[in-house]
Ligand binder design. Structure first.
Ligand code: HEM
Length: 126
């Protein structure tokens, strides 16, 4: 049967877990971005991002059950996100999306969303 959601079409939860694992392994040694994240452990941040993306693409609504409405711009307000931070974030995310080896149409859909969302999150333009 044809998958009902993009979440299912790309392979469901394991695909999103892999994506966010690769992304956060990049964040973990990024000198610009790592200091913005909780010092001790990136595990909880990894879980929040994974659940958010699963929900966004039509998977289970666990993110909102745990965290409420995403309100992502508001949740990023405590962090200074300029063009340099955005571009560093996108570099790690691009590497993570590429690592999935998705078919071109799915790759483009996922990447276009992430790129647009990252531009929208900038709150400290130069
Ligand atoms: C949380 C940085 C863009 C989704 C966070 C946190 C930081 C951060 C420092 C707190 C970590 C934590 O959860 O403890 C950035 C930077 C971005 C960016 C520098 C550059 C543009 C994005 C984008 C998305 C996103 C584009 C979505 C597509 C999230 C989510 C959380 C989060 C879901 C957890 C929110 C919560 O439930 O508290 N981000 N972020 N971020 N970010 Fe970003």
């Amino acid at each position: 049967a044809t998958p009902a959601t993009f979440f299912e079409a790309v392979g469901g939860e394991p695909t999103f877990r892999r994506l966010v694992e690769v992304f956060y392994s990049g964040i973990s040694d990024d000198p610009l971005l790592r200091p913005m994240y909780p010092e001790a452990d990136l595990g909880p941040a990894t879980e929040r991002m994974t659940l958010f993306l699963m929900q966004y693409w039509g998977g289970p609504n666990t993110y909102s059950a745990q965290r409420g409405h995403p309100r992502l711009r508001m949740r990023h307000a405590p962090f200074r996100i300029g063009v340099a931070e955005r571009d560093a974030w996108l570099r790690h995310m691009r590497h993570a999306v590429d690592s999935l080896g998705l078919p071109a149409d799915q790759h483009a859909m996922l990447w276009d969303y992430l790129e647009r969302a990252a531009h929208f999150m900038v709150n400290a333009p130069e």
